[in-house]
Design a protein around this ligand. Structure first.
Ligand SMILES: O=P(O)(O)OC[C@@H](O)[C@@H](O)c1c[nH]c2ccccc12
Length: 258
């Protein structure tokens, strides 16, 4: 059982997303330590990209800020290398396929392994577009985390169940990240449909930004993913890191309603 899957043993998981290099990589490092100490269960680290199709304005802007700072995958891996062994929370790298393709798939996998990355999420790379890549990840002990959306067919869920590892990322609505309409009222039905075919943990993300929302959905799922709301806290406090870490701590504590 992978490190990620173990997290879900008798435990609901709080998964948080940050964009690497926003506001800068040194701060990203400190934020990772903070989240690690605050009891976050899995940390998603986003590779900034110029054309982030699935992202709403908050994460788009975080990406822009990071890119302006010259952040790239090589520098992200260097940062990860420097904290290796000091973080117990599993780390998941999330990025668009273009960044990984340009970096080189094999080099990417090697560097994930070298820096202790537990999983990878590539929202624009369905498993059957690059089966070999996903198999290579698995051979190297890295979970290739797949996504489903409310319009994913039962046929497709069946196929996905053969490949999905770690947890399944269930997008809460047809939209982009940070869409505060999510999660939707049909969460119970949505999750039950998926569970008919998929027997790994289900985590839901997109639009989860308050403890009230978490309370509404936590009983149906195995984990929740929070991104934009955290990015807002980081951006708002970028001139005062102590305040940033204080606010992150409180935010995380309040989200853990279970
Ligand atoms: O920002 P939100 O609405 O809290 O959703 C999580 C999301 O940010 C994170 O998992 C994510 C960031 N970029 C993505 C692209 C596709 C899918 C998911 C993501």
């Amino acid at each position: 059982m992978s490190k990620i899957q173990q997290i879900f043993n008798n435990n609901k998981a709080l998964i948080t997303y940050i964009t690497a290099g926003d506001p800068d990589l040194e701060t990203t490092k400190d934020i990772i330590f903070e989240l690690n100490n605050d009891g976050v269960d899995i940390i998603e680290i986003g590779i900034p990209f110029s054309d982030p199709l699935a992202d709403g304005p908050v994460i788009q802007e975080a990406s822009q800020r990071a890119l302006k700072n010259g952040v790239n995958l090589r520098k992200i891996f260097n940062t990860l290398e420097s904290i290796k062994g000091r973080i117990h929370t599993p780390l998941v790298l999330m990025g668009y396929y273009n960044s990984i393709f340009n970096y080189g798939e094999d080099k990417f996998i090697e560097d994930c392994k070298r820096t202790g990355i537990s999983g990878v999420i590539i929202p624009d790379l369905p498993f059957d577009e690059e089966i070999e890549f996903y198999e290579k990840l698995k051979e190297n002990g890295i979970d290739g985390i797949l996504l489903v959306a409310p319009n994913t067919s039962e046929e497709r869920l069946k196929e996905i169940s053969n490949y999905a590892t770690g947890f399944l990322y269930c997008v809460s609505l047809m939209g982009v990240t940070g869409d505060s309409r999510g999660p939707v009222e049909y969460i119970n039905e949505y999750v039950q449909k998926i569970r008919k075919y998929v027997n790994i943990p289900l985590a839901i993300g997109f639009g989860i930004d308050t403890p009230e929302k978490v309370k509404l959905i936590i009983n149906y799922v195995d984990g929740i993913i929070v991104g934009s709301a955290l990015i807002k806290i980081i951006d708002k406090n970028k001139e005062n890191k102590n305040k940033m870490f204080e606010e992150i701590k409180t935010f995380i504590q309040n989200l853990k309603v279970w």
